[in-house]
Write a protein that binds this ligand. Structure first.
Ligand SMILES: [Zn+2]
Length: 264
């Protein structure tokens, strides 16, 4: 079996961030997040190889990528790093990936009191809906894995709000709660070392249950409703020359694309 692990950072154990800040390179907790991300990845990688993996890829996709010291990662992995890709999961389309795993993921933008909630950009969207349903980065990356890799999502680690939502919406996905969310920047943190152990057990369970995994998708054509934080961002999309955009209110636009892959 071949696996791809995508690693974001906001959902990593030990991280709550700071009000009105994202988790950028200069933020207070970036180094802690970077170190713990490596530990969580290595734990998942070990569980995959212990259960017979042939190859594991790691996609470092938080912010502008380049979020960790790659020399600290398990030497068996190959790493997808950098920015500028046309689609999600770059470099993996010809690698025969059997399943994908998400570490460090976070609740979508319109989740109340989830840790460091956002969808795609913390300074851009209040929410993104596709075909009437609010989606976050989990839905986007799970649907992208379906379209681009033909691979199901089998495991996710993140805060309690994210895990509850995924347990409801994608019941075949094995989950590990990294922290109990009390607010956007407030949590009861599980000790990061215990999370590393739980990820090892959770990933083994995910592999054992792989035959039950489903391919999550967002059906074409996709009607996108985006509510922006700033008026000028809504205005820029409304004025797009390439698509027919409806203005729902000063902050909110709606348009339809033929294929999900036109978006991500
Ligand atoms: Zn991120």
């Amino acid at each position: 079996m071949k696996y791809a692990i995508a690693c974001d950072m906001e959902g990593i154990a030990g991280i709550v961030g700071y009000p009105k800040e994202g988790l950028g390179n200069s933020s207070k907790q970036f180094l802690a997040a970077s170190k713990q991300a490596v530990r969580e990845i290595n734990s998942a990688v070990k569980a995959l190889y212990d259960t017979g993996a042939e190859k594991v890829y790691v996609w470092d996709n938080h912010n502008g990528s380049l979020n960790m010291d790659y020399t600290e990662l398990d030497t068996r992995v190959d790493i997808i790093a950098g920015v500028g890709a046309k689609h999600r999961w770059p470099g993996l389309y010809d690698k025969d990936i059997d399943a994908v795993l998400l570490l460090g993921y976070h609740p979508k933008a319109d989740t109340f009191a989830g840790i460091l909630t956002h969808t795609c950009s913390s300074v851009t969207y209040q929410y993104i809906k596709m075909n009437g349903v609010s989606v976050g980065e989990v839905e986007i990356d799970a649907a992208s894995a379906t379209r681009l890799l033909g691979a199901p999502l089998i495991f996710i680690a993140g805060d309690s709000k994210l895990v509850k939502q995924i347990n409801d919406d994608m019941p075949w996905v094995s989950t590990v709660i990294t922290k109990e969310a009390l607010g956007r920047n407030l949590a009861v943190l599980k000790h990061p070392s215990r999370v590393v152990d739980e990820i090892f057990i959770g990933v083994k369970e995910a592999v054992a249950n792989m035959d039950k995994a489903l391919l999550y998708d967002i059906a074409d054509p996709v009607t996108v409703e985006a509510r922006f934080l700033r008026l000028e961002d809504a205005e820029a999309v409304y004025n797009s020359k390439s698509k027919d955009v409806e203005l729902l209110d000063a902050f909110t636009v709606r348009y339809t694309v033929k294929s999900f892959l036109e978006l991500y």
